[in-house]
Write a protein that binds this ligand. Structure first.
Ligand code: UT7
Length: 330
């Protein structure tokens, strides 16, 4: 029994925010952003749009592609670092929107690697026969939590909003499906990319003074993250290939987490892949964290970049640090 990706879907908000628009809020430039990250524009939600709304739209697209009604979903796994509320998780709000009371809804909190952690759990549920059909979603609303002053420019120019979803189903044809998933974390680096406040370690969880200092905004030591990402991502791809007795020569398509075009290019070169074997859409969406991989996957399917029998690798690295990979026979 294998887990197959039966449908893919994505949703990004209509509002396009160009680099030029960001220059109106902070001291930055289109040139700096494009040169350092490859990002040209990103999407931001309009007031009132929730993560659950975006997740529902992406999920319905994935269900349609799979030829399934929402009622076929037996479990929801939702990855996000920007939940609609401190609790409960966005997964149950998505469940409510889809009208699926009673089934389990699990939120995953492993940031940029959240979609792959979620895939690993869903794959285990399916292979052990616990659930036949799992809806897996990555969704992020960054725009409401960014420091749009010059103080926050190193981070705020990078992130965007969006959602991506896949429908995972059981299949016993023996060829297709998820071959393996490989997950890692190293909490020694937890504070290298994090949002320190609001924090339940403190009473109150946030104060006006802390907000004035911008301590509720995400903070990142960018170079440190970069340095680890370009080592861990190729490593995780190799790990997945080796575990299946395969090599880079067998790989048809790599979908890396979209954090920075320079990271993607370095991963591509380190693995000896050609440019057209590695998916990049960061120029249009920026970094949508848990949503980058499923959005890129849904676009790859629609762009005809995957054919039955292709070997696909998904790989991510990010806050935690967390990183991982998944190998899929399409
Ligand atoms: O998905 C989560 C994982 N995240 C990542 O993988 C991100 C990894 N890191 C990166 O992508 C890069 O480190 C960044 C894109 C964040 C930054 O690029 P960098 O080449 O490492 O730049 P830097 O942080 O060393 O900054 C260079 C200069 C600094 O000025 P000084 O000190 O040289 O005068 C910054 O203050 O660029 C300045 N700077 C900016 N200038 C214009 C930082 N942000 C901006 C900005 N616009 N938005």
């Amino acid at each position: 029994m294998r887990t197959v990706i039966a449908g893919t879907g994505f949703y990004v908000p209509d509002r396009v925010v160009t680099n030029e628009e960001l220059t109106r809020y902070m001291d930055t430039s289109d040139e700096w952003i494009v040169e350092r990250s490859g990002i040209r524009e990103r999407r931001w939600v309009d007031e009132g749009m929730s993560g659950a709304d975006m997740a529902r739209r992406a999920s319905l697209m994935a269900l349609e592609e799979a030829g399934l009604e929402p009622g076929a979903v037996e479990a929801i796994v939702l990855a996000t670092l920007s939940p609609d509320h401190f609790f409960p998780g966005t997964g149950v709000f998505l469940q409510k929107e889809l009208g699926l009371p009673g089934i389990p809804a699990l939120d995953v909190r492993t940031q940029c690697t959240g979609f792959l952690y979620g895939m690993s759990v869903a794959d285990a549920w399916i292979r052990t026969g616990q659930h036949k059909t799992v809806l897996l979603v990555g969704v992020e609303i960054h725009s409401t939590g960014l420091d749009l002053t010059t103080r926050g420019r190193d981070i705020s120019v990078l992130f965007g909003d969006g959602a991506g979803a896949v429908v995972l189903t059981a299949d016993d044809d023996g060829e297709r499906g998820i071959l393996s998933t490989h997950l890692h974390a190293d909490g020694r680096y937890a504070e290298v990319l994090w949002a320190e406040f609001a924090s339940s370690k403190h009473h109150p969880r946030i104060t006006r003074e802390l907000m004035d200092e911008g301590r509720h905004y995400p903070r990142m030591q960018g170079k440190e993250v970069f340095k680890h990402a370009i080592v861990r991502m190729p490593e995780a791809v190799q790990e997945a290939l080796t575990a299946n007795g395969l090599t880079v020569a067998d790989l048809d398509l790599l979908i890396p987490h979209q954090a920075n075009l320079r990271i993607t290019q370095m991963v591509q070169r380190r693995l000896g892949l050609s440019e057209d074997q590695v998916v990049s859409n960061i120029d249009r969406y920026g970094n949508t964290t848990a949503a980058t991989i499923p959005i890129a996957l849904a676009e790859s399917v629609r762009g005809g970049r995957l054919e039955r029998g292709n070997l696909l690798c998904l790989v991510a690295f990010g806050s935690g640090f967390t990183w991982g990979s998944a190998l899929v026979r399409w």
